[in-house]
Design a protein around this ligand. Structure first.
Ligand SMILES: Nc1ncnc2c1ncn2[C@@H]1O[C@H](COP(=O)(O)OP(=O)(O)OP(=O)(O)O)[C@@H](O)[C@H]1O
Ligand SMILES: [Mg+2]
Length: 268
C-alpha cells in the first residue's frame, strides 16, 4: 500500500472550549495509480488531511504509513527528503516565488535534491514544455496570467518526477475553461501512472476522479472505493520510484564513504 492512515486525529486546542477536531479518527488507504478526489465543505478538514498525507504536518494521534514507513519514525531531514522526492504539490494560490523567474521556480525542488545545474535546467525545461509554457521560462510570475502561473506551479510540482501529486483546490482561482485544462493535465499524469490526490469542494471537479472520498467535520463519511484504471502505468511508475531510491541510497553511501575518508585523513 502506498498511503495508509490508521485512526489519525488532528486536534487543535485539545481539552479547551475552543477544541477543533480537524481530523477525527481518519483511516484511509490509497494504492499506487489511484486518482482520488477528497471532497467536503469549507472547514471540513480537506487541507488538514492533505498536509498529513504530504508529510507537511503530523497527526496529534494515530499513525501514517507512507510506503511501508511509519512517518513517526523519520527525522525531519528524512521526511523532507521523502516529500521532495516522492510528492509534487499544487496549491490554489500557485505559491510561486515572485523574485525568481519561471525556470528558477521550477528548478527549486531539484535544488533541494542536490541535482546539478545543467541537469536541473534540462529537467525544468522538460517540465515547462510538458505544460506548454516553456516560452515563459525567463519571465517572472507576475508577468503571467493566473492560468499560466498555475501551469508553472504544476511544472514545478512535476519537475522532480514525483510518483504522487497532491493538489489542493488547484482550479479554485481559475475560470472554468482554464480549470478544465488543468484537470486535463492531472488526468494525463494519472494515465502515466502517477497517483493523484485532488482536493476540491466542487462535485463537478470531483467527478473527474476515479474515487471520491467525502469528508465532513474531520470524518470520512463516504468512500466510493479504490479503482486502478491504468495498472501497467502505475507498475512502471512504482519501478521508477524504486530505482530512484536505489540511486539515492547509492549516492548517500558514496557521500558517507567520502566523509569517512576525509575524517581518516584528518586523523592521520
Ligand atoms: N492552526 C489552526 N488552529 C486552529 N484551528 C485550525 C487550524 N488550522 C485549521 N483549523 C481548523 O480545522 C478545520 C479544518 O480546516 P481545513 O483547513 O482543513 O479545512 P478545509 O476543508 O481545507 O477548508 P477550505 O475548503 O475552506 O479550504 C477548520 O475548522 C479550521 O478552522
Ligand atoms: Mg483547504
Amino acid at each position: 500500500m502506498l498511503i495508509e492512515t490508521r485512526n489519525i486525529f488532528k486536534i487543535y486546542d485539545e481539552g479547551l472550549e475552543s477544541e477543533v477536531r480537524a481530523l477525527d479518527d481518519v483511516s484511509l488507504t490509497i494504492d499506487r495509480g489511484e486518482f482520488v478526489a477528497i471532497i467536503g465543505q469549507s472547514g471540513s478538514g480537506k487541507s488538514t488531511l492533505m498536509n498529513m498525507l504530504g508529510c507537511l504536518d503530523i497527526p496529534t494521534r494515530g499513525d501514517y504509513i507512507l510506503h511501508g514507513t511509519n512517518v513517526k519514525d523519520l527525522s525531519d531531514n528524512e521526511l523532507s527528503r521523502i516529500r521532495n522526492k516522492e510528492i509534487g504539490f499544487i496549491f490554489q494560490q500557485y505559491n510561486l516565488i515572485a523574485s525568481l523567474t519561471v525556470q528558477e521556480n521550477v528548478e527549486l525542488p531539484l535544488i533541494y535534491q542536490g541535482i546539478d545545474a545543467e541537469k536541473r535546467s534540462r529537467m525544468a525545461m522538460e517540465a515547462l514544455e510538458k505544460m506548454s509554457i516553456a516560452e515563459k521560462a525567463k519571465s517572472y510570475p507576475k508577468q503571467l496570467s493566473g492560468g499560466q502561473q498555475q501551469r508553472v506551479a504544476i511544472a514545478r510540482a512535476i519537475s522532480a518526477k514525483p510518483s504522487i501529486i497532491m493538489a489542493d483546490e488547484p482550479t479554485g482561482a481559475l475560470d472554468s475553461k482554464t480549470g478544465h485544462d488543468i484537470l486535463g493535465f492531472l488526468r494525463q499524469f494519472h494515465e502515466e501512472g502517477t497517483t493523484v490526490i485532488l482536493i476540491t469542494h466542487d462535485n463537478g471537479i470531483a467527478a473527474s476522479a476515479d474515487r471520491r472520498v467525502r469528508i465532513s467535520d474531520g470524518k470520512i463519511v463516504e468512500d466510493t472505493g479504490p479503482v486502478i484504471k491504468y495498472p501497467k502505468a502505475a507498475e512502471k511508475k512504482a519501478a521508477e520510484a524504486e530505482a530512484n531510491s536505489h540511486e539515492e541510497a547509492a549516492k548517500a553511501a558514496q557521500e558517507a564513504m567520502k566523509a569517512a575518508a576525509k575524517m581518516e585523513e584528518e586523523l592521520l
